[in-house]
Write a protein that binds this ligand. Structure first.
Ligand SMILES: Cc1cc2nc3c(=O)[nH]c(=O)nc-3n(C[C@H](O)[C@H](O)[C@H](O)COP(=O)(O)O)c2cc1C
Length: 312
């Protein structure tokens, strides 16, 4: 069993300490563990070239234009040899640090649902993750942290089985005055071993049972729904996993809860086959645009010529 931690915080900072604590617990249960800190690697931002989605739309294997230019391909290849990934990321401005999101936004060229569809990958490796969001404040100042990390998981084809938020950790080492957080990190490490040891179809959520509002991905954020590109509509949706449903009053507790509609998981981004449908949307959008290309080209030329002063 192989478990790898990916840290996006300072070297030997709070996120790294929490990851090491989780890995120690996993190692004590027999897992072969490794750790990388993203600060030690060259990671370039996605150029937005759309080469990967263009290839996928044509049924071809995508190759990222940055593949030879930095360390991302090397890191992803190592990740694909794992059974579990522990992600430990500092919260910056309510959300995960840009270093982490910059890294994960490079995964479309490695999109498993698509690679499975065209037969480049034969078998779903069923990777699982444990997620740690670590910040200086409480939940009120980390409100997008776990949810944004959750939103990075579907493109990586990783199922989150446990997550927690480490709070009130400022300077490096601050987490060491919170033994309960170190303990929770150890529990996350153990949960990773438990998940990996369970057959994929029998794996379940191992975090706090009542965490968040979404019963599917445990996100705390639920948003009012709007019609999808193909007319599908739910009154409320989970912005992270895409579950659709409504807000209802629970008869037993009297509290408001998010009830997933009978077909509300049809667009669950965590399912490879559901995510696959999103490629249909990308292709339909592209076709619509291409059918207007003759009008668009002269207009684009006007914008190219339109200039404004930048920095002095
Ligand atoms: C640019 C920046 C923005 C930050 N914004 C937040 C924030 O919005 N919420 C929060 O709880 N902590 C915030 N912090 C504090 C860090 O999350 C905290 O120091 C964390 O422990 C750093 O992790 P590390 O020790 O692994 O690097 C911020 C820190 C920096 C440098």
């Amino acid at each position: 069993m192989k478990i790898m931690a990916i840290v996006a915080g300072r070297r030997n900072g709070n996120s790294e300490i929490l990851a090491k604590e989780a890995l120690s617990a996993a190692r004590a249960q027999g897992a072969e563990c490794s750790l990388i800190n993203l600060f030690d690697y060259k990671i370039l931002p996605c150029t937005g070239c759309e080469g990967c989605t263009m290839s996928m739309g044509q049924g071809k294997q995508p190759v990222c234009v940055l593949k030879e230019k930095d360390d991302v391909d090397r890191i992803i290849r190592k990740m694909h040899q794992q059974d579990g990934i522990i992600v430990s990321v500092p919260t910056y401005d309510l959300m995960p640090s840009a270093l982490y999101t910059m890294f994960t936004q490079r995964f479309i060229a490695y999109e498993l649902a698509f690679l499975l569809k065209i037969g480049v990958v034969k078998k779903d490796p069923h990777l699982v993750a444990g997620v740690i969001a670590n910040g200086g404040s409480c939940h009120d100042w980390q409100g997008l942290a776990l949810e944004t990390i959750g939103a990075t998981m579907f493109t990586q084809s990783i199922r989150v089985v446990d997550q927690f938020m480490a709070i009130r950790n400022g300077l490096p080492g601050n987490v060491l005055v919170h033994p309960e957080q170190l303990e929770r990190a150890r529990k996350l490490g153990e949960n990773m071993v438990k998940a990996v040891s369970t057959p994929p179809e029998a794996r379940t959520w191992l975090g706090e049972p009542d965490m968040g509002l979404c019963p599917n991905c445990h996100s705390s954020l639920i948003a009012r729904g709007e019609p999808h590109w193909n007319g599908v509509y739910y009154p409320y949706e989970c912005p992270v996993c895409g579950a659709g449903g409504d807000l209802v009053k629970d008869e037993t507790t009297g509290k408001i809860r998010f009830a997933v509609a009978p077909d509300g998981l049809d667009f669950d981004r965590n399912q490879n086959e559901c995510r696959d449908k999103h490629l249909d949307e990308i292709v339909a959008t592209r076709r619509h645009y291409l059918s207007h290309r003759e009008e668009v080209m002269p207009a684009m030329a006007r914008y190219k010529e339109m200039t404004f002063p930048g920095l002095d």
